[in-house]
Design a protein around this ligand. Sequence first.
Ligand SMILES: [Zn+2]
Length: 390
Amino acid sequence: MNRGITIGRIFGIRINIDWSWLLIFALITWNLSTLFMETHPGWTLAAQWGLALVAAVLFFLSVLAHELAHSLMARAQGIPVLSITLFLFGGVSNIQREPPSPRAEFLITIVGPLTSIVLGGLLILVGSFALPTLSPEALNNPSGLAAQLSPLATILLWLGPVNLVLGVFNLIPGFPLDGGRLLRSLLWAITDNLRQATRWASWVGQGVAWLLIFAGIAMVFGLELPLFGTGLSGLWLVLIGWFLSTAAVQSYRQVVVQDILEDVPVSQLMRRNPPTVPGSVTIATLVHEHLMHSDEHAFPVVEDGRLLGLVTLEDVRKISRDQWETTLVRDVMTPAAALTTLSPPKDASEALQKLQQRDVRQLPVLENGRLAGLLRRRDILKWLQLQGTE
Ligand SMILES: [Zn+2]
């Protein structure tokens, strides 16, 4: 989720926009401006486009309000939240841990759709006050009715229902959507087993996803569905269904992996006494004496028992062959100060998170400032295979 831009912070939570969000922004602006051209031919072109743009920004703020509700409730339950990312299908709060209890999960989840639905209701209420007194002819002619709406009423009466849809759509019981999370919190409360509850919620999520996909395909082939209609717009349902299905499978896997690694200390999985190299040897020595004679891709650089840095196959690749004899390991390594390190008693699920965040294959493990071992991705993978997760 690192593709995109950070636009600022609210309550210390970083707000990111994924590039795919810009597509939705453009689509909304385009759709609305075309709609305004039909319903309000009297407005200037600048007003039609300007209002469409304002509406798109307000939609953005609506999704943000929904996510902020989740994030602030998570924080109130003692779970740190780093960031919120808005992307093609809405928003996602980067909540750092699974909730500690079914109650916490229920509360963190329910406030999102509640915010959207209450906001939607309020906007419609205010919008209906902003309605003009209508002439009897206008009431008999819906398009004439729309033309009489002021810009303010137009926006409010668009944004209100949109927020209602946002709240209701999220209540679909497809994990990891809000509805799926609510379902999981209930199953969790009943079974007292997070992994079991997640598995069932994930199955329901996949079921719902496939239902959407089949409904979408049926619409493309001409079936008329209540609420959704018919025709090519069914492709949207297929897309959303496919997205939900992938998300359901992935989030289940994530929970299983976290569950398995949670109580395992790093010291149990790491490679102890990994082969090391001194910083003063040349790249040629590193390659011929160390890299080629082991299956390691990375070597801690150690002198007098102190970790100086880490040198990897990728570092060597950046040096052209004719400079191998003259370049020293300490000149190409990542210095210790720039490395993320682990300590032996830390739990392995945290270690995996760090490996993924830094996008590296291994992390050095330090004990009292001295190298105790090396934890590699494949060590974690081996442990997961032993537990038979796949
Ligand atoms: Zn939500």
